[in-house]
Design a protein around this ligand. Structure first.
Ligand SMILES: NC(=O)c1ccc[n+]([C@@H]2O[C@H](COP(=O)([O-])OP(=O)(O)OC[C@H]3O[C@@H](n4cnc5c(N)ncnc54)[C@H](O)[C@@H]3O)[C@@H](O)[C@H]2O)c1
Length: 259
């Protein structure tokens, strides 16, 4: 039985964030699930699912919903404050929320660019900043994860804004790991390939590609990634099993990108 810890997962209403929230709860953590207000119902259903499954196992791990936009500083500060007020501490921050925009560079809509950069980069920075302040004040270390991507390793057609943001995540993770190492706070990123979610379907719609065929062809393993392929990695990266790992971006992309 691992020590009960408290985690925040942003963008948890669906997709990869939802899978990570379920997995960390199953690992025995209290989980605060966050998403934008429009997704409150999906978050409440997830929190109920976590509470019921943990109660059935005799676990005291629980879930709590806090809505908010990760690109808004006051929302992120409130997310941390409510987490500590509900569960007493914050040990794990998973800055997963992100958005996708597909556009050729010569056609970029500047307002959409600003929005994506704000959610994907500023949102992750705010989650790291305020989680770091809380973890430092607790004095018992912690873990932080961010969502990079295969698009954070190399550019793709129509991916200028998204790819820019996912490259930036790697820089943010590396610098934050250096800043926070002395507090025993580890900072890493996962870099998914094609994982079967609304977002990856939108990316392949843009390319007018058949989803199954294109996503399978992108991996030497010949299959589409599942959200659990990422939540398995996230579980490892926030566990004591990875206690000497920080500042890294790990691919879980079925070999799409070869490092
Ligand atoms: N699915 C993939 O193939 C893939 C590949 C590489 C990277 N990623 C990254 O993984 C993360 C999760 O991706 P996904 O496929 O589950 O995406 P998704 O679109 O299915 O889910 C993203 C969630 O984030 C939420 N969100 C968006 N803006 C937000 C904001 N400002 N504040 C709070 N929540 C917000 C959305 O409402 C949604 O519930 C993203 O950062 C994404 O860029 C995904």
């Amino acid at each position: 039985m691992i020590d009960l810890k408290t985690a925040i997962v942003t963008g948890a209403a669906r997709g990869i964030g939802r899978s990570i929230a379920l997995r960390l709860a199953s690992d025995g953590m209290n989980v605060v699930v966050n998403d934008i207000e429009a997704n409150t119902q999906a978050l409440q259903e997830l929190a109920t699912e976590i509470a019921n499954s943990q109660a059935a196992k005799g676990s005291s791990a629980n879930a709590h919903v806090v809505t908010g936009d990760v690109s808004v500083s006051s929302d992120v500060q409130n997310l941390i404050k409510e987490t500590v007020s509900k569960f007493g501490s914050l040990d794990v921050m998973v800055a997963n929320a992100g958005i996708l925009m597909m556009s050729r560079i010569e056609e970029v809509d500047e307002d959409e660019w600003d929005k994506l950069i704000s959610v994907n980069i500023r949102g992750t920075m705010l989650c790291f900043k305020y989680a770091a302040q809380q973890m430092i004040s607790q004095g018992k270390g912690g873990c932080m994860l961010a969502a990079s991507s295969i698009a954070g390793r190399r550019g793709h057609a129509g991916g200028c804004a998204y790819s820019t943001s996912k490259f930036a995540i790697r820089g943010l993770v590396q610098s934050s790991a250096v800043d926070l190492g002395k507090y025993q706070i580890r900072v890493n990123a996962y870099a998914p390939g094609f994982i079967d979610t609304d977002m990856s379907r939108k990316a392949l719609d843009y390319a007018k590609a058949d989803y199954e065929a294109a996503a399978k062809a992108a991996s030497p393993l010949g299959r589409v990634g599942e959200t659990t392929d990422i939540s398995n990695l996230a579980s490892f990266l926030v566990s004591s099993e990875s206690s000497f790992i920080t500042g890294q971006t790990y691919g879980a992309c079925g070999g799409f990108y070869l490092d």
